[in-house]
Design a protein around this ligand. Structure first.
Ligand code: ASP
Ligand code: MG
Length: 406
């Protein structure tokens, strides 16, 4: 007997037939003698609709009430799935975040889970029930409902699996695994049997939409075995696991892209101590995350250009913040560029193999794609290029690293 957490995303519970289909899957795992706890998202499209309602009523909505509204999508699917399981003869109950409880901090709309009291769920499973838990929500100080950020039900599932010491956390989503690159762009992507936590974390944070980044962080921290798979096929998915469990390791595991980037260049910034602090301090104060940064040494020791990237959604605000500090910083001109994409090559094999970055630079050069900014870490190389080259760059790199499926 194993204890398994199964999580079903919005597409998997997108309509009544699909919910019934999910119930059959859960029943199969349950009938095989396992203890199963289920986590569900809202039906696809529902959370967007709820967010939109909030905007219509109050453009600058209070995040506490936003959470009260947008968490309701999951309440519907938990109840419906519990009913569908009962119809199949599987004893089942729905559980809202506050009922478990899944305790979170008070950061409404992006709360962090602080702890899960598992006693009731454990008793419930021991009594032969399948608990169906609402993803994406928790309960904060003062018993207020919180939500965990968009895509947060992945994190709910992994956190629950960690707290329950589950043998595995199966995440059913709309793709049947983790691919070497986005199948909508690359012609012959390959599905990975296994991927390390570290690589999955980079992939998620560098643009792959398959798992919420925070859920991967949590899986890595608590060593939760995560399997990504589809509720529509029976094909084996991708296992996210420790490096030691991967026998056939590739040097590069995946190539991601993110269009959610914007570049700002400050022309003729004075080259003196304190300038970086004068630029990035106010951005941090405004809660704007800066990602890539390049600064050159000035030739004559007086002026240089400085380029950095922020999320596209933060661009306007970043321009306002920097322009407001123009005198403190001392620059001549600010040049914004929202038409950029960040392309990243990821693989733990980079730790032991040289030349990975070089292959990337050569491949892009051969296609006459200009690199605007570069950043690297131990297991990834990212470049910023013009957005119009996204497809070309991804396809060329996918072939260059030998990732195309046979
Ligand atoms: N329903 C929530 C969302 O759309 C949570 C989730 O699906 O993971 O963000
Ligand atoms: Mg999701």
């Amino acid at each position: 007997m194993a204890r398994i957490v199964q999580k079903f995303g919005g597409t998997s519970v997108g309509d009544i037939d699909r919910i019934k289909n999910v119930a059959r899957r859960v029943k199969a795992t349950f009938d095989a003698g396992n203890q199963v706890a289920v986590v569900v998202s809202a039906m696809s499209g529902v959370t967007n609709q709820l967010v939109d309602y909030c905007r219509q009523v109050a453009p600058n909505y209070d995040f506490r009430e936003y959470d009260a509204v947008v968490s309701t999508g999951e309440q519907v699917t938990t109840g419906l799935l519990a009913l569908a399981l009962q119809e199949l003869g599987v004893p089942s109950r729905s559980w809202m975040g506050w009922q478990v409880p899944i305790r979170s901090d008070s950061a409404h709309s992006k709360a962090r889970i602080e702890g899960i009291d598992t006693a009731s769920l454990i008793t419930e499973m021991a009594a032969g029930f399948v608990p169906v838990v609402a993803g994406f929500q928790g309960v904060g100080p003062g018993n207020r409902i919180t939500t965990l950020g968009r895509g947060g039900s992945d994190t709910s599932a992994v956190a629950l699996a960690a707290a329950l010491h589950a043998d595995r956390c199966d995440i059913y989503t709309d793709v049947d695994g983790v691919y070497t690159a986005d199948p909508r762009i690359v012609a012959r992507p390959r599905k990975l049997d296994k991927i390390t936590y570290e690589e999955m974390l980079e992939m998620a944070s560098l643009g792959a939409k398959v798992l919420q980044t925070r859920s991967v962080e949590m899986a890595m921290k608590h060593r939760v075995l995560v399997q990504v798979l589809s509720s529509f096929t029976d094909s084996p998915g991708t296992l996210v696991c420790d490096e030691e469990e991967i026998v056939e390791r590739q040097i590069v595991s995946g190539i991601t892209y993110s269009r959610d980037e914007a570049k700002i260049t400050l022309i003729k910034v004075s080259d003196r101590p304190g300038v970086a602090a004068a630029i990035f301090g106010p951005l941090a104060d405004a809660n704007i995350n800066v990602d890539m940064i390049v600064q050159n040494i000035s030739e004559d020791g007086s002026k240089t250009d400085l380029t950095f990237t922020v999320a596209k959604t933060d661009l306007e605000q970043a321009i306002a913040v920097i322009s407001g500090k123009k005198d403190d910083i001392g620059y001549v001109r600010l040049v914004p560029d929202p038409n950029v994409v960040k392309v990243s090559v990821i693989g733990v094999g980079m730790r032991s193999h040289a030349g990975i970055a070089q292959t990337m630079f050569t491949t892009l050069a051969e296609r006459s794609i200009n690199i605007k900014v570069i950043s690297t870490s131990e297991i990834k190389v990212s470049v910023l290029i013009a957005e119009e080259y996204t497809e070309l760059a991804l396809r060329a790199l996918h072939s260059a690293y030998g990732l195309d499926a046979a």
